[in-house]
Design a protein around this ligand. Sequence first.
Ligand code: AMP
Length: 400
Amino acid sequence: MKILVVNAGSSSLKYQLFDMDTETVIVKGGAERIGIPGSVLKHKTKDGEKIIEQDMPNHKVAMQLVLHALVHPEYGVIRSMDEIDAVGHRVLHSGSDFDRSVLLDDEVLAICKKNAELGPLHMPANILGMEACREVMPNTPMALVFDTAFHATMPPHAYLYAIDYDDYKNYKIRRYGFHGTSHKYVSQEAIKYLGKPAEQTKIVTCHLGGGSSISAVLGGKCIDTSMGFTPLAGVPMGTRSGDIDPAVLEFLAEKKGYSLPECITYLNKKCGVAGISGVSSDFRDLTKAADEEGNERAKLALDVFCYGVKKYIGAYAAALNGLDCLVFTAGIGENTWEVRRMICDGLDYLGITLDPEQNGRRNDGSIHDISGKDSRVKVLVIPTNEELVIARETKELVEA
Ligand code: AMP
């Protein structure tokens, strides 16, 4: 079975074609600058990368170009579109309507449109991706895999904000959580690694990347997560502030003459480690500036980030009433050993220690145990694979 995984952003459309018999990627790529001059499609096969520069005024044209590349006589990988058995779409937000992946039909599409206001930066693009695929491949079954769905098992005391209950009821203002496919994948991999029944496991997963979130996973199910109503909440991130006193908004608006939307843009784009350091949102730049150039603000940014993550680990160890396993994943979690060291430093009371040699080893794409010899908690680096989760869930739905 071949499954095409699609991740549509506002001006991009990334794709991976999976052979699900072997769970391997046949080809991957992405259309960039959709609707912007200079659109380009980058199509990576095992033989190399093909760059196709062509005008892509909208997602439909981009999708047509992707399919054209997939069947191209020179750099294509399949003979005809009929070889694609199903499409899996990454979708940001399920609202309170879906607690798992679903097959796409008119009714589901209408619900996604209703929920678009919950994710104004991502949902309109996700919907354009669905519509473009349906137009170009009308007879191919499609599944939607939501970033929020893994967190649907959170109990009310974890997802409710302490606001007027009617506002929660009327407007669905609550914690949703994001990066769900990643937290799900790495927690399931960790459970396999631990080799005990899922019901007996207490895991904290740290997805540390451009956006970062931490989840508490009890018996394989999410019971709390650090992102909230939007992906702005939780730990500090590359350019996002993470948790902040909401009263800062009014103060900021007054001092800088910002409108409310401008305040939110500021918190999303100008803050985080980039804002503190004045260097970069990229942790490779930050660690270099801190370690090699002695840049004090870069050090401060790393301290604030690591302290933020450490506090969530402590909070979630309390929520779980113990901890068996701590998982690091995503760009920073998989690659930046200094950050893992700083986060785990001083967590020995929780039973967490690291093996410095293992922690310093380069990520080779497999599960990597970095626990110290005396660590009561298994500390693992697990490369995430959100696309594979989407492909697996699509296959499951289509076969059912
Ligand atoms: P992600 O959003 O998962 O792609 O993560 C992006 C973040 O990972 C960036 O802030 C990078 O600084 C960080 N990172 C650190 N080392 C690496 C690496 N070797 N490859 C990719 N990303 C890295």
